[in-house]
Design a protein around this ligand. Sequence first.
Ligand SMILES: Cc1cc2nc3c(=O)[nH]c(=O)nc-3n(C[C@H](O)[C@H](O)[C@H](O)COP(=O)(O)O)c2cc1C
Length: 419
Amino acid sequence: MHLNLFAHGCGHHSAAWRAPGSAVDRLGDVTWWEDLARTAERGRFDAVFLADGQALSPTPGPSWFLEPVTALTRATTRIGLVSTISSTFWDPFHTARLSASLDHISGGRAGINVVTSMTDAEARNHGMDRLPDHEERYARAAEFIGAVTALWESWPAGSPPTAAVPVDHHGHFFDVDGPLNIPATPQGHPVLFQAGASEPGRDLAARYAEGVYAVAWDLDSARDYRMDLRRRAAEYGRDPDNLVIMPGLVTFVGATEEEARAKQRELNELLPVADSLRQLSFFVGRDTAGWALDEPVPDLPPLAEFTGPAGRYATILRILASSPNGRPTVRDLLGYLAAGGGHATFVGTPEQIADEMERWVVNGAADGFNLMPPTLPGGLDDVVDLVVPVLQERGLFRREYTADTLRGHLTSRCRHHAA
Ligand SMILES: Cc1cc2nc3c(=O)[nH]c(=O)nc-3n(C[C@H](O)[C@H](O)[C@H](O)COP(=O)(O)O)c2cc1C
């Protein structure tokens, strides 16, 4: 099983910053990020991942897009470090140079998560009126990855600069002569991650990615996604086993199930109710202001009858149909949406959570998980100190690193690897 920490703000729950003892005052302090990376490394995680946006975050609460990755190379020695690059706004040479630098500086532990970006606000920070349409963004992403990869490979390791060859990339979106001014890196080149959900997104991931950040509320949808991606990878002539698919996972861990639920409830009670209900009204296409917080969510029409944005609505229907404790209350639903917004959420004792993680991996729904702790550092400490030992005891997760590079971590196999 592979484990990746998605380090984000004070935690992934949108009320995490309001929780007692939150790190809201430390988000610009590099030691905050160093501490998180060291904890993940103590848990023998494959990698730490940082998302990135090109405008103020639209989510409520303080959420910075600091770029501390280079500092993390000095605070850690083994764990992989993945940062996010937008192929809509970055250019291939910058990307290749910075990521190859990071791979050299970290001794072969760098990865990049290539995203196509999501908002017009981001576009307006880069000389565009609005985001190019989805199809164009993905066409650009494919060309971008081709050019970046050619640059990474243009100067063979251990050779003089005279051995570097031009890449002469002249495409629809980019013109790059090359070669890169940095030789090939300790792991050949940085590892490529992707998080595509749409048709072109899945294709891009299947064609190029070595690691995939997925979104799935339940085992069935995770398995459908993973099988689809593996099929697409095979069609591109790749070995699907070289694709590590990691659904996002929010965990609430307690010594007892009741204690875990209490942690979840306490955090949900910190949500700004009016704002959350307003957002829910948008997601479900009806006015939810009068919904009683502690009553079960009223019935909603099937997806086919909904005319708004389908992805989030489908997720809400899944949450209503398959929540661990039966029909969730309105407050429960707001909580699930606030912590990860549709990523799997496991609540319980370390054994219960390990059971569920094992079930997903054994049943072909995941190669590992992208952990999205609802609070930091508490939610991460709980996984590292309580859940990881159970996984190790079961032979599902490494006790020690067996490789020195990020690609080495990702290609080490777990006992239950399911095809
Ligand atoms: C775990 C995860 C992390 C993501 N991180 C980012 C990010 O940092 N920046 C970004 O612009 N998009 C990010 N995305 C969005 C994806 O790049 C992608 O746009 C989204 O999954 C929808 O896929 P689609 O564009 O193929 O429809 C992330 C998605 C997931 C699931």
